[in-house]
Design a protein around this ligand. Structure first.
Ligand SMILES: [Zn+2]
Length: 132
């Protein structure tokens, strides 16, 4: 059974505008909680330390190096994707791999190739060890 789903809508950028603009340029701009120091990339609208009530102070921004470690990877007809941990971030994120033939556990954020914000990485080195 095959279905095609087309969505046509516009999303407001809101408080994430600095993060989204940076992504287009290939810059990793992370959210930084002024209360507990947690750094999140992608940024979290509200830090864990304030969820459930209390202070709703907007996060500050901190620029990361853009270097990331690939934790898991999957390759398919729709592209190659990975779960990555960016250096300096306390959370992990899913990203698209720009150079699928690259086989390594280290990567860096690159500018999106379509002018739209997206977390796109390029594999830079150190072959992932596999057991066969
Ligand atoms: Zn916090």
């Amino acid at each position: 059974m095959k279905h095609r789903l087309t969505l046509d809508y516009a999303l407001g950028r809101g408080v994430l505008a600095p993060y989204l603009d940076a992504l287009i340029e290939g810059v990793a701009l992370a959210g930084h909680c002024p209360h507990c120091g947690r750094t999140s990339f992608p940024p979290e609208r509200r830090c864990r330390c304030t969820q459930g009530g209390g202070d709703d102070t907007a996060p500050g921004w901190v620029r990361l190096t853009g270097q990331a470690h690939i934790l898991f990877r999957t390759d398919g007809l729709a592209g190659s994707f990975a779960l990555a941990q960016f250096d300096g971030a306390d959370n992990q994120t899913v990203c698209r791999i720009a150079n699928p033939p690259g086989n390594g556990s280290e990567a860096r954020l690159v500018a999106s190739d379509d002018g739209k914000p997206g977390i796109v990485v390029e594999i830079t080195g150190e072959t992932i060890e596999t057991t066969e």
